[in-house]
Ligand binder design. Structure first.
Ligand SMILES: NC(=O)c1ccc[n+]([C@@H]2O[C@H](COP(=O)([O-])OP(=O)(O)OC[C@H]3O[C@@H](n4cnc5c(N)ncnc54)[C@H](OP(=O)(O)O)[C@@H]3O)[C@@H](O)[C@H]2O)c1
Length: 331
């Protein structure tokens, strides 16, 4: 039999374990032209929360009582497709199933000799690509500028900060614990950190940590942290809206301060970004990230949860900040 995880309910507010349903199905058999895949590492990501809602977005919502999906690294364990050999590894958008068949469309082969398999879900996968391509397209980082990053010890944020250091910036990170601040400074080379959970006045804390103001703010969290960053933004500052995790479980979007005045007076560029719009640039971006990794110019952290049955809990833990670096589930 084959284990599958489905969406049981559309959560209101914070998702719970009972919003997911475990079920069993017959072991799938690959038809002519298909391969049989065994999941090895499954990515859990904050954006999946949006897909649990039945609203129009840039990606279709999950269907109720149907399998969830995310990026997965899998091994080809049977092949009826001449493009794939048994024993090869692939990654792509796949269902939360231990075993599944595929035509191979949309899957990319990965080389376990080049990097550990889980890295293709993080630093050499969509979160590394998000950091690299968004900075390249929008940030226009210049040496000596101050780059402020929120969600700074996570998968995207830790990569953003390290690229900022490569570009010669002063990098300040915002994260949810002192342990995460130490990780940012000691492992990723950030210059300064702010623990937003133990800070009463974020606007003052950002001003103190960024005495020359903020030239580029990389926003992974939105909400009040975005407000504090904008209140410290410099003339011609750039703001990259990558994500807004602080709002993902809100039942109604909270009313915040209006930012038009700051944007006009400081001639700020504020731009949203979706990595999926840049598939054509993935190849060269992965090459650059892999080279930096090999040269020791960047590194990464992972939180690896073991076991298929723990996928939902690993996903829920993202909203409690239980991960450092990329959260992945090893099957
Ligand atoms: N636009 C795109 O194409 C794209 C692609 C990938 C990811 N993203 C977005 O990028 C952001 C980071 O994603 P990721 O995969 O790298 O996740 P991550 O940062 O590795 O994990 C999520 C982190 O968010 C922080 N967090 C949770 N609730 C929070 C809250 N209420 N306020 C502030 N921080 C909170 C937690 O760290 P703390 O302990 O610091 O709270 C947690 O560890 C997300 O918003 C995601 O949706 C966007």
């Amino acid at each position: 039999m084959n284990n599958v995880i489905k969406l049981a309910n559309r959560p209101e507010g914070k998702p719970q374990l009972n919003d997911f349903k475990f079920s069993e199905e017959e072991r799938p058999e690959p038809k002519e032209g298909e391969i049989l895949l065994e999941a090895k590492y499954i990515s859990v990501d904050p954006y999946l929360r949006g897909r649990m809602r039945d609203v129009e977005s840039y990606i279709a919502p999950f269907e109720l009582n149907e399998p969830m999906e995310s990026t997965v690294v899998a091994e080809v364990i049977e092949s009826n497709n001449t493009n794939f050999d048994k024993g090869e590894f692939v990654f792509g958008m796949l269902k939360w199933k231990e075993l599944q068949t595929s035509t191979g469309n949309g899957l990319n082969k990965v080389d376990p000799e080049q990097a550990p398999l889980s890295a293709y879900l993080g630093i050499l996968g969509l979160t590394g690509l998000t950091a690299y391509i968004s900075l390249d397209k929008i940030a226009n980082l210049k040496s000596g500028e101050t780059l402020l990053v929120s969600g700074a010890s996570g998968a995207v944020g830790s990569t953003v900060g390290q690229i900022g250091k490569i570009k010669g910036c002063r990098v300040v990170g915002i994260a949810g614990s002192d342990e995460k601040l130490s990780l940012m400074k000691d492992k990723f080379g950030f210059d300064e950190g702010i623990n937003y959970k133990s800070t009463e006045n974020m606007q003052e804390a950002v001003a103190k940590a960024c005495p020359d103001g903020v030239d580029v703010y990389y926003d992974n969290v939105g909400g009040e942290i975005l407000d504090a960053a904008l209140n410290n933004i410099n003339k011609n500052g750039r703001v990259i809206n990558c994500g807004a995790i602080s709002l993902y479980n809100e039942k109604e979007t909270p009313q915040g301060p209006r930012h038009e005045g700051i944007l006009v007076k400081k001639t700020v560029l504020m731009q949203g970004f979706l990595v999926r719009d840049h598939a054509k640039e993935f190849g060269p971006a992965i090459q650059q990230l892999a080279q930096w990794l090999q040269e020791g110019k960047i590194t990464y952290e992972e939180t690896v949860v073991e076991g298929f049955k723990n996928i939902p809990q690993a996903f829920l833990d993202l909203f409690e900040g239980k991960n450092k670096g990329k959260m992945v589930v090893k099957i």
